[in-house]
Every structure is written in C-alpha cells, then in structure tokens.
Design a protein around this ligand. Structure first.
Ligand SMILES: O=C(O)CCC(=O)C(=O)O
Length: 341
C-alpha cells in the first residue's frame, strides 16, 4: 500500500458491498446550514460537511501515526474474514462461556507492527482493525493534534443537543473492505471520517424487530443476529422489511449517529486504509418523560426489563420462556395472521 492511497478522493459503486436491503440516503449538509441542528434535534442522522472539526487529524496517515504513536500498545482485532462483530469479554467469562466461540482475536501491538501487517494484506488472508481509545497514552504529538480539534464547535453541538459528558474517542484504523456488522450503541456519536471512505447503513430504533439483536446477556449484546452477507429469512423473516438509511463519508465529513440507532459500517473495498475518530457522548438526561414514548425510549425500557429478568432469574436461559409465558396467547391480535406477529 502506497502513501498516495490516503490521498484518494473518490469512490465508485463497485467498492460498495451489495446487500438485499431497501435504502434511502442520509441527508448531507454544510455545518453552516441551520438544518443540521434541526435534523439532529429530531434525533435523526445527518452528514455534516466542511466543519473542519478534526482538521489537525488530516495529516494522520500511517507514516505519521507510526512515527508519533510508536510506543503505544494498541488494541487490534484480528479476523479471518471481513467481519469484525463486537463481543464483550466480560460476558464470555460468564453464563455462556461453554457455548460461545469468539469470532476473532483481540491482541495488542505497536502501531509499527500493525502498519507492517496491513501492508502485507493478501486476498483471503487475516484482516486487522485497530481500535484504540485516544488517551494520553497515544503520545504527545497526537494529543497536541487532538487538543487542536475545533472544540468550540464540538462543545457547541454538545450544548445545543443537551448531551451529557464526552465519554471517549475511539481511533479506528481499518483495512479496506473491513466491516463492523450491524449493532447499536447506548450513546450519541459524532463520527468523524479522516482518511478513506466508509459506508454506513443506519436503521432507526423502530426497526428493532427487523434486526433481531442478540439477548442482553449475550457476548454479542447490541449486535444484530442477522448476517447481512447471507440473511437467514427463515429465522429472521422481518429482516425483509428492514429499510436502511445510507451514508457514505469521506475525509472531513462528520456523521451524527443517534443513540440506539443500529449501524453497519464498511470501509470501501479497494479504497486503501481508513482512519476515523468517533466522539461518544452520554445522551440527554430524560428528565420529564413525554408521552407517547418514542421508539428510543421503548428500546431503553426493553433493555432494562431484559436486564432485570437476567439478574432476577440468574439464568439467561430462563428469560425467553418467562417472556413467552407472559405474552403467549394473551397479547396477540387475533385479527392478524400469526406470521405477522
Ligand atoms: O467504524 C467502524 O468500523 C465502527 C464504528 C462504530 O460502530 C461506532 O463509532 O459506533
């Protein structure tokens, strides 16, 4: 991979993975356009252009990062294929350890080693994805750049949106074609694209039932069970109704990913490596709850009920049967065909 790869400024349809999912586009507006805040306040995703929010990171190519992050032990995920489905190590140790096989390895390495390995990438070979929190451990030059981000602008958004504190910034360095499969987070996210292009498919909380997230106690909690490459519509029939909102982001773009929105993220194929930095914020505190509850609040309630049941029953395998007993034959609308329920 040559350094000139990170100067690539365009992409074409062939670089995008093909899925059998209906799609429309996420709106894209300049940061000066008041519509950006209107969309964000409605809790919808938007691509913000021209903000120069993380401009000092524009020089974060592999050479620069290797030079200035040299001593950091970076978290790197190593996968046999293009999918990097997140799993929580803490849950692996608990109830399901006997049945759960981690889909990939998590290792630490110096960035120099990571860079060497991704340059050696061979088709069908192991893939790597560096995902490192930006803390003081990343080295003084990187911290200096970070401090020069456009914090007035970033803090302005945080204030206007009423968000809580900034919890973390993740630096993501991905190989071309890497995929973070569909999942949701419990935080607001300003996702800044620094190098290369990523395509993000977003799904609102209303589509929970189309995406079948794993149970809360599972190591893959918050991740969709549906394999987008080969969806099993017998097991997950409502996936056929999923409707994605597509965002393609390149250097300088910032995507707002609202709390509880499912998102699938792919580094475009044959596009060189990608660099992104996200900004995870605590959501606005709920304060007075407005009725009727919106889809995000309903999703939060479902999570809490599920968590309470896991805690109370102490056996994850008892949660499903209890929930089924609670509703079976009682909450069905008998005017509807069974397959639609
Ligand atoms: O960029 C990626 O691959 C994943 C990022 C993501 O899921 C996030 O920022 O929430």
């Amino acid at each position: 991979m040559e350094e000139s790869d990170d100067e690539r400024r365009t992409w074409d349809e062939n670089q995008i993975r093909k899925y059998d999912i209906k799609m429309k586009s996420v709106p894209k507006h300049s940061f000066v356009d008041p519509i950006v805040m209107e969309i964000m306040l409605e809790g919808r995703p938007v691509i913000i252009t021209d903000s120069k929010m993380v401009e000092p990171a524009a020089k974060w190519n592999l050479k620069y990062l290797a030079r200035h992050m040299g001593n950091t032990n970076c978290n790197v995920i190593v996968s046999k294929d293009h999918n990097f489905k997140y799993y929580d190590d803490k849950c692996v140790q608990k109830a399901v350890r006997a049945k759960f096989v981690p889909p990939h390895k998590k290792v630490t390495m110096k960035i120099g080693e990571f860079v060497d390995k991704i340059k050696e990438m061979s088709p069908g070979g192991e893939r790597l994805y560096l995902q490192q929190a930006l803390t003081h451990s990343v080295g003084t030059e990187i911290v200096k750049d970070f401090l020069q981000f456009k914090w007035d602008y970033i803090k302005g958004i945080q204030k206007e949106m009423g968000w809580g504190s900034l919890t973390s910034n993740l630096l993501l360095i991905g190989m071309e074609g890497n995929v973070t499969p569909c999942h949701y987070d419990e935080q607001e996210n300003l996702f800044a694209q620094v190098k290369g292009y990523k395509r993000i498919l977003l799904f609102p909380p209303e589509q929970f039932e189309c995406l079948y997230p794993h149970p809360v106690w599972h190591p893959h909690d918050r991740q969709s069970q549906v394999d987008f490459d080969d969806p099993d519509l017998t097991k997950f029939p409502k996936f056929a109704n999923a409707m994605a909102q597509e965002a393609i982001v390149g250097p300088g773009d910032v995507l707002f990913i609202p709390n509880y929105w499912f998102h699938h993220v792919e580094s475009l194929q044959n596009g060189g490596y990608t660099v992104s930095v996200n900004f995870w914020y605590k959501s606005k505190s709920t304060g007075a709850v407005a009725y009727p509850l919106n889809a995000t609040q309903k999703m939060a309630i479902m999570r809490n009920v599920e968590k309470m049941l896991v805690d109370a029953l102490r056996d994850p395998d008892e949660v499903g049967p209890l929930l089924r007993n609670l509703t079976l034959g009682r909450y069905h609308d008998f005017s509807l065909p069974p397959e639609s329920q």
